[in-house]
Design a protein. Sequence first.
Lengths: 348, 324
Amino acid sequence: MAIAREAEPVGSLSEVREAGLDREDLLGIYRNMLLTRSVEERGHILYRQGKIPGSFYTGRGNEAAAVGVASAMGPEDVGTPLHRDMGVHITRGVEPWRIFAQFMGRADGPTHGRDGNVHMADPNLGLIAMVSHLPAMLPVAVGCALAFRIREERRVALAWFGEGASARGDTHEGMTLAGTRKLPVVFVCDNNQWAYSTPTHLEYATEHVADRAEAYGFEGVVVDGTDVLAVHREAKRAIEKARNGGGPTLLECVTLRMEGHAVHDDAFYVPKVMFESWAANDPIERYRTWLRENADMTDEEEGEISNSVKKLLNDALQRAEDSPMPDPSTLLEGVYATPEDLDTPHHK
Amino acid sequence: MAEMTYLQAISDGLRGEMRRNDKVFLIGEDVGVYGGAFKVSLGFQEEFGPWRVFDAPLAETAILGACTGAAIMGMRPVAEMQFADFISCGWDQLVTVAAKQRWRAGTAVPIVVRLPSGGGFSGGPFHSQNPESSFAHVPGLKCVCPSTPEDAKGLLISAIEDPNPVLYFEHKHLYRRIKADVSEERYTIPIGKARTHREGDDVSVITWGAMVHTADEAAQQLDNEGVSVEIVDLRTVLPWDKAAVLESVRKTSKVLVLHEDTHTGGFGAEISATIAEEAFEDLDAPVKRVTAPDTPVPFSPPLEKAFIPQVEDVVKGLRELAEY
């Protein structure tokens, strides 16, 4: 039996306007979702062209969850997005050419070729680079919230994880610390229903991951992760609650993994009907339809967004391909930080 | 100057940094109300409040991960592991997250992890270990192992000042056993700089932590036998002062590497290999290692005595080298 609150879908435009989103915001969210998917589709082409070393991971199906949460964050809020959360980087404003450079291991990627895929973050955008040991980032986000609490700043940390990561101890420890001290953190579970080949019933025994929240002393909310406006509304509530001293929330976005774990995985273990139902629930198509029916998005507006995304990415790809490969003679640099590295806004 | 135990020197250094910089905070199990399992932070919570002397749940991963997050947000966290042994629970946070963040993502992680380590009091397999070599193998971390009250204070302040994750191994056996005059002023001891604990001409001992004092007792015995022993206290094992070690080896041509940690893959192996690579021609005898054997740390006193290198073990090793 579910313990977490199951959030309602978003219906009308007036409801959305009451939540503080104007028409420009709504179209901006659509653009960010489209840009997110397009970046990853272009990445996929680069991979097939042999330009991406290693494997390649996307968050296809997770765009609404990622963009919905990120667009609810305040400018001074921070977060630890994972590999299905390209939409968070896009929404916070990372330049797409830097992402392509990262994919291809070029010198101008955020990690300068030292790490790949979505293992990147621009600290100036309030993001912290993930590690592959995914739940390890939860206690890190809790630490950001602890810093805000010690300094009595009205800022919130967002901690992303998946239903697979929910099985590991870091998740329990991070939530325990955050719950006992009512820290300003929102735990966002992108439950895309498959952890590589492992289905949800082998990852957790409750009905929802968010059902656990009550055991940590805070609220759990389950939201349809393909409904970007419902995700935004619930994320905003949770973030503002945390900002106002109300403590953490566990927000579970039930989302989709419309591809395999990564390009090397054909996902033979996912039932065909599931892929078919996911295709019918594509979050971008769902939102596009909503915008046309509820916000009068015109053909012209839609075309303009689509064309501007294409143009942006064409230019971005060119710029990324012009970026050099990293110089092997720089390998030893920066293993240790110098005092100058602390010359950041945070350390002032 | 004031006479302080090794433990008081740690407290004094930490208290001073917390007074000086409100970004410095202490987090750990029982560090607040109780003052820490060894009372290093006794009275701190009264002075700095419950948020800067933070009683954490029994969750090392959360403690170390929170330090990383807080450090990236501009704080200067100091974590206390109740015993160094429990750092195993936080391995990922240190090795996977904190140590690699500067190199791969450009983000400095200035944290200090205080690690009450070492045996000699029947703590058994889980309250007595010296895990410095495991972390000395991790690029991006620093490991310091003070042996005296002066160094305990100065190295702690350096560790807090350092923009990197620093593991600060404080030896429990030294806490209340050794005393010295320590300046009440603020001072730092540079990380990566060894100290000549005792000058000598015939044999060099390279060591750190509590073993410096074991070596010193052994050196006094050898002195009575007409053998002059030099003791190099590394103070820090990552980075380690290779130049100081090689200089001492070139001076005496005979070297004994001594540590309380177990033998295989202990940090003494790295030192021995470096001496073989860089000072082979200067040696008059093979490098000798005196270490704990390759077993867990035993509980019962006669077993533990057989495990931890004793003065007589060092004396025996030094005699063999002197006679070689």
